[in-house]
Ligand binder design. Structure first.
Ligand SMILES: *Cc1c(COP(=O)(O)O)cnc(C)c1O
Length: 439
């Protein structure tokens, strides 16, 4: 065993150390500037599967799943499928529920063997096809986002369908406005402050064919602090008490959604999961006591926090021009920088160099000037065409948001563990790309 294996953040002679918190747990610095993940050389993996390629460390996903279970031992944990809609990932999250929001995600959850009672159906719009798929899957809970949807469910759902009401608790999670989903004036949920949420619960309770299972809220994504969750728990328990007082019904589930942040660049703070658990569970108990309510069953829906850090994307450098390092992927495999200014770092892999580092912009291959994958990334000054770059923290909302812009096939997803690489999703071919074009 080498020193770098014992202390993964210690570089081999001259190699920069791995930034703590950004790389999957099994990542190691190897000879010649290579990295290994799950015991697999990233240089060899890129040669075998081509680039761009997305790598997933199974141990990292398992580690995070275990941390969640320990922090919230009595909660039901539903993986937000939209973060990484891949059958092999759902299968590896054995015992987790699945939060889905389309017929496609329902089909995926079913094909991964998620039992119907563990499927939660979300979305501010559920089409007739989505609802049909939900009923066929015997989805345990449907989360209603409007009074119209409660009417729709009353007309169409099988008798006894359990329904949660999505509430806008008015809590600002201090994240990007496109990711803030619990403040007033955005499209999701029913307002707590205006009384719309309480009215909707009444409307739901008046439908003899439906069962009111509880309340739901989701603060948004990339939520850094834990106080927003405490505040949400406090307000939601207050609403449970109002429901009891007005309608004489005690709802037994409280779903506080997902949104736990992960760091993407060196120096960004990690989410304090243990602290959040202690504070949220404490608040729940205290507030329920105060309102003389039984503590509801807690449901959580993490997406990003579970899978983001397990992923690494490998790109091949195609050209270096001024301060730009252009690679063979881009906004088609990661639109997040272009969509909401997400920031990333990157590392040269597979070549030892003593060149000083200088900040560069990593540019994608697509025909838009905004197709930049990362800015201000300190790379060795001698970075050149043919080099391999690894971008960490690319496990969530990359594969999910990928497109075929410029008719570029989407990259494969390769799981690594114990020295073996397994294809979870193969690379998209030209045949795949042309299949739907019937003209
Ligand atoms: C997106 C979403 C999540 C997951 O968000 P993350 O930031 O990935 O944890 C959970 N619940 C709902 C309703 C969502 O829309």
């Amino acid at each position: 065993m080498t020193l770098a294996e014992v202390l993964p953040s210690v570089g081999l002679a001259g190699e920069p150390p791995l930034d703590p918190g950004l790389w999957p747990v099994t990542t190691r610095i190897a000879d010649g500037g290579d990295l290994t993940c799950g015991g697999v050389s990233l240089v060899r993996l890129a040669a075998r599967f081509g680039t761009p390629v997305q790598v997933f460390d199974e141990a990292e996903i398992r580690r995070r799943a275990a941390l969640l279970r320990t922090a919230f031992p009595d909660a039901e944990i539903a993986f937000a499928t939209k973060a990484l809609p891949v059958r092999g990932i759902l299968r590896r999250l054995d015992g987790f529920s699945a939060d889905v929001c389309s017929a496609g995600e329902i089909a995926l959850a079913r094909s991964a063997g998620v039992p119907g009672e563990r499927i939660l159906v979300h979305g501010n719009v559920k089409t007739p096809e989505d609802l049909k798929a939900a009923f066929a899957a015997h989805a345990g809970r449907i989360v209603a986002d409007s009074a119209d949807e409660i009417d729709q469910l009353a007309a169409l759902a099988p008798a006894g369908q359990r329904v949660l009401v999505r509430v806008t608790p008015g809590v600002d999670a201090h994240t990007h406005h496109a990711l803030a989903t619990a403040v007033e004036g955005q499209k999701f949920g029913l307002s707590l402050a205006s009384g719309a949420a309480l009215d909707a619960v009444g409307h739901l309770l008046a439908q003899p064919g439906l069962r009111a299972a509880g309340l739901h809220c989701h603060l948004g994504s990339q939520v850094r602090g834990t106080s927003a969750y405490e505040e949400a728990a406090r307000r939601m328990v207050g609403l449970l008490a109002q429901v009891r007082d007005r309608h004489g019904v005690t709802l037994d589930q409280l779903d506080l959604g997902g949104g736990f942040t992960v760091p993407y660049r060196p120096g960004e703070g990690a989410f304090d999961l243990t602290g959040a658990a202690r504070r949220v569970l404490g608040t729940l108990r205290r507030e329920c006591d105060r309102h003389r309510l039984p503590v509801p069953r807690l449901v959580l829906e993490p997406g990003r926090w579970l899978v983001a850090t397990a992923g690494i994307t490998l790109y091949r450098v195609a050209a270096v021009k001024g301060g730009f390092v252009a690679v063979d992927g881009g906004m088609s495999d990661n639109p997040r920088p272009a969509l909401y200014g997400a920031r990333y770092t990157a590392r040269l892999v597979g070549r030892h160099t003593k060149a000083p580092r200088r900040p560069v912009t990593i540019a994608g291959r697509h025909c838009e000037a905004g197709d930049l994958l990362a800015e201000d990334v300190p790379l060795p000054a001698d970075v050149r065409a043919g080099d391999l770059l690894a971008v960490p923290v690319s496990g969530a909302y990359h594969h999910a948001l990928a497109s075929n812009y410029n008719l570029v096939g989407r990259p494969p997803l390769i799981a690594v563990a114990d020295g073996a690489a397994r294809v979870l999703v193969r690379r998209e071919t030209e045949e795949d790309l042309l299949r739907r074009d019937l003209g």
